[in-house]
Each structure stands twice: as structure tokens, then as C-alpha cells.
Design a protein around this ligand. Structure first.
Ligand code: KG4
Ligand code: ZN
Length: 339
């Protein structure tokens, strides 16, 4: 069975093909970052228009790389939300129409569920149940996963998402959008301990996060210098990154221990952060908790995770109806179990 996966929820268009025996055969990504960079963030209308330009060439590239034709496809999975509605709609309409023309099923996929299942594409898969730390540009959630499709949010951010905090602080430091990866690269040149930012909510008994104060703390530090030299910028980036990552690590371990999980999954764009991957793994292993994360290209937005989630749902007989349902907001706890 070959499932095509289409991702178009934000500023990346991606087409991938998952084969039930051989795994991912192709994962083609086109990033719109350069288009949005002059504006310092994603412009939804430009994003939607640019997706339209990329859809057909990316489909052809994915098929060529997988050495398949359209007739070899057995289902088409597409991100139906949450995301920028115009952007989601382009991929959804394309997917639905192509599926109709090829007389194969289409499967609506929840973007965050796709992120969350991405670690299952790796050889060393987490076994169920697991606790997922979902950290993307728009979400920071701790999700208890007892069965596939059955998600319980046990903690989440009360304000900014971790990725959003990275992006906003990066902007303050004069780094391009999206700022997570450039900020992490700058932090590598920074000295640890020169700037110590607060670790928000660490002393609260619940499992929630708050990152908006941290961005303000970084702003206060930046403003305390008439001009920022390169080392100071790097030191602030370091202090900021350490504060966000320590908060994520401590809260995630607290959640795993208090809820009895021996397996943790990191998913979403911020999951590409090296410090997060290393520190959560080191801290968890000391407590006999295993940590799983996907390769970098499956952390940030990609079609592979959508194709895989589609495969799981199609195998469970869950093709979607003919109408196109897209959602800018979509509660992950409302999904049906994959059996
Ligand atoms: O999952 P994703 O690709 O898109 C959403 O669904 O939001 O996540 C994008 C977010 C952005 O905020 C980006 O700055 C952040 O992930 N990100 C990182 C790193 N790479 C991407 N944040 C910290 N460190 C990184 N290495
Ligand atoms: Zn995403």
C-alpha cells in the first residue's frame, strides 16, 4: 500500500509517499521562508498562493523519487488543520480532488497528531503508552498517549508556545524568521551563566508552561546595553535557550514520573533543538525513562508524518467523507482512536 501525504498548513509545502513495507519512499519539501522573511513572519495570503504554485511540481517530484505513478497510490492523506486556513485549504482541495480522480480514499489528518506520530517512523520506535512533549511554533503541550488516536492533554502553555518564544526572542536579537534554529546556532557561541533568565512555572505543582515572561526578560537584558556586541548577543541567546529547555525538561520529567510513563516522545519543530534532545535524553535515562525523537527532517513540518498518520488511519478503515473539512483550530483530544 502506498500513501501520499500532503502538508500545507503553514509556510512549507511537502509531499511524501509511505509504503507499508518499505517506509518513506520520498519526502519532498519546499520552504517558503524566503518569501516571508522580509515581513518577519508568515503572511497567510502569500502562503496560500505560494502553496498553489508548488503542489503539482512537488507531486511529480515525489512520484519520480519513489519511482511510482499516480496509479500506484492507494490513498491520499492531507493536513486538514490546525493551521492557516487558506494554506490548509490549498493542500486539502488538491488532495481531495486528486483522490476523487484516482478513485482512491482521502484521509484528513490533524497536523499535531502527525507530529506526534513521527517518532514511530524511526527504527527505534517508542512503545505505547508514552508521554509526548509537543513543541511547535503554535503549541506547547504535554500529551498522554495510551492508545494511538487517544490523546489527553496533561499540561500546556498558558501563553506563548516554546517555538513562538524562540521566534520572538530571535527577532529581538536581530535574527531572521523563523528564529528557533538561528537562535540555537548563536547560543552555541554563547557563555553559559552570564545571563540567567527565569524558569517560569517550575515551582508550580501543575504541568503547565508560560514563556511570555521569558521573552520580556530577554528584552530587558537586551535593552540594558546601549549597543550589543556579538558576544553579548550570543550570551543572551545562550541564557534564553537554557531557560526554555530546562523548563521543558524539568516539567516533562515531572509529568512522566507523576503519571507513571517510562517512555517520552519529543515532537514538533522545537524538537529539532539539540540542547532539548540531549538534555531530555540524559536526564530521563538517569531515571530509566527512554526518550524518542524523529530525525531532524521529520521534526519540522513535513509530508512524511502526514503520509504515515494517513496510513495508520486508512489501515484502520478510517477514510474521510467526500466533503472537504478544514479547521484553523482543532482539538487533538476530539480525534477518534486508531484501531
Ligand atoms: O512544527 P513546526 O515546523 O511548525 C509548526 O507546526 O509550528 O515548528 C516551527 C517552530 C518555529 O517556531 C521554529 O523557530 C522552531 O520550530 N524551531 C526551533 C528549532 N528549529 C525549529 N526552535 C528551537 N531550536 C531549533 N533548532
Ligand atoms: Zn508543525
Amino acid at each position: 500500500m502506498n500513501i501520499l501525504g500532503i502538508e500545507s498548513s503553514c509556510d512549507e509545502t511537502s509531499f511524501a509517499i509511505y509504503n507499508e513495507h518499505n517506509g518513506i519512499l520520498a519526502n519532498i519539501l519546499y520552504s517558503q521562508i524566503k518569501l516571508h522573511q522580509p515581513y518577519g513572519g508568515v503572511i497567510p495570503e502569500l502562503a496560500a498562493r505560494d502553496h498553489i504554485r508548488a503542489l503539482i511540481p512537488l507531486l511529480n517530484q515525489a512520484l519520480a523519487e519513489a519511482q511510482l505513478t499516480r496509479q500506484d497510490l492507494h490513498g491520499i492523506a492531507f493536513t486538514a488543520g490546525p493551521g492557516l486556513i487558506g494554506a490548509v485549504l490549498t493542500g486539502a482541495m488538491f488532495a481531495r480532488t486528486l483522490a476523487l480522480a484516482l478513485e482512491i480514499p482521502a484521509i484528513e489528518i490533524h497536523h499535531l497528531e502527525a507530529h506526534l506520530l513521527a517518532p514511530l517512523l524511526e527504527a527505534e520506535k517508542p512503545s505505547l503508552p508514552f508521554l509526548a512533549l509537543l513543541v511547535s511554533g503554535g503549541h506547547t503541550q504535554l500529551i498522554a498517549v495510551n492508545r494511538l488516536g487517544e490523546y489527553k492533554i496533561v499540561g500546556e502553555t498558558l501563553d506563548d508556545a516554546a517555538g513562538e518564544a524562540f521566534d520572538k526572542t530571535a527577532k529581538l536579537l536581530g535574527l531572521p524568521y523563523p528564529g528557533g534554529a538561528p537562535l540555537a546556532a548563536l547560543a552555541e557561541k554563547g557563555v553559559s551563566g552570564r545571563f540567567i533568565f527565569p524558569r517560569p512555572m517550575l515551582n508550580k505543582p501543575n504541568l503547565d508552561f508560560s514563556f511570555s515572561g521569558l521573552k520580556t526578560a530577554a528584552l530587558t537584558a537586551i535593552r540594558s546595553f546601549p549597543t550589543l556586541d556579538e558576544q553579548t548577543r550570543a550570551d543572551i541567546a545562550k541564557g534564553f535557550e537554557e531557560a526554555v529547555i530546562e523548563t521543558l525538561v524539568v516539567k516533562t520529567l515531572k509529568a512522566a514520573k507523576s503519571l507513571g510513563f517510562s517512555s517520552i516522545v519529543i515532537a514538533g519543530g522545537v524538537g529539532a533543538n539539540k540542547l532539548l534532545r540531549e538534555s531530555l535524553k540524559n536526564a530521563a535515562e538517569k531515571q530509566n525513562i527512554s526518550v524518542h525523537y524523529p530525525r531532524l527532517s521529520y521534526c519540522t513540518d513535513n509530508g512524511a508524518m502526514v503520509a504515515y498518520a494517513g496510513y495508520l488511519r486508512l489501515k484502520a478503515g478510517q477514510a474521510s467523507p467526500l466533503e472537504v473539512n478544514v479547521r484553523s483550530r482543532w482539538d487533538i483530544t476530539s480525534l477518534s482512536t486508531i484501531v
